[in-house]
Write a protein that binds this ligand. Sequence first.
Ligand code: KG4
Ligand code: ZN
Length: 344
Amino acid sequence: MSIKILAIESSCDDTSASVVIDGVVHSNIIASQDVHKKYGGVVPELASRSHQQNIVPVVSEALKQAGVSKENISAVAFTRGPGLLGSLLVGSSFAKGYAMANKIPLIEVNHLQAHVHANFIQEKDEPEVPMPRFPFLCLLVSGGHTQILLVKDYLQMEILGETIDDAAGEAFDKCAKVIGLSYPGGPIIDRHAKLGDRDAFTFSKPSIPDFNFSFSGLKTSFLYFIRDSVNANSNFVEENLNHICASIQKTIVEILLDKFEKASVELNIKEVVIAGGVSANSELRSKLVELGGKYNWNVYLPKLKYTTDNAAMIGLTGYHKFLKQMFSDQGITPLARYSLQDIS
Ligand code: KG4
Ligand code: ZN
């Protein structure tokens, strides 16, 4: 009999549900919350309320698109954390209620582990996707996290290094805010950068030991650079927007790839993947492929729609936990902080 997982993702500002059947994604519905745009960042209370409004229609649509009735679901997987507690509570409460009402197992999923699984997503009716082989290195870059992971198996991941302050996505979003772009700024910087000169402006890169990262110094120096430039010419940002975006994007991508390259060389692992919202960045993707050519790496890039938050990645992780019968009980609570280190 086939294993049908219903998955729920509600860690931040996207309400998503997916049906994964025998490890293949049959539906992935995402309701994004535009309500935060005017505040320049996610407002937790508004996010929770939107999740409450969205979750039932999103789940119904996911079941409908997969052609599965709710009685036929084998287990329900949900994001336990990390994320906004109020948002996580909506998804986890829904999942618990669903599991109890249908008398099926409940599976908790770590959101970061799930981002890595985005690289294993195979959709229904799609030609076979090449999958990374274990062990591989993953550069996990999202709005809240920046880590280099040694991925030993589907559910076994070790953190080799991580940011000591801001995440890469946060650096994109905060720099975007400084130059008046809306939230989330990462994809907007990416768009403008395509039209600009990457070498127009230079920003210094941090020197942090091991495989760790830091982005807070860059963010501050960017803020001062813009402030001083605007003092000298009040139209500086408008006149140079594309160049500014291209230059800051180049710097963030170089900081990320310098460390990823170091990890691959030192561990002698040539199987490399990226994951998380920032893995949608066009420069990160193209520079990673370029670097891969230099070192003979096998580079895997997640499909763009699975880079940012989605329930398909939660469903796939849930599927692997189902195979190992890793079920949770009804007493389980969401965790705002939930390190990969806590589960491996
Ligand atoms: O993984 P994700 O959807 O949510 C978290 O788990 O945090 O990542 C969201 C982050 C945001 O910071 C957003 O600006 C960034 O991913 N992002 C990008 C791009 N698309 C999304 N950053 C740079 N370039 C992009 N194309
Ligand atoms: Zn995420």
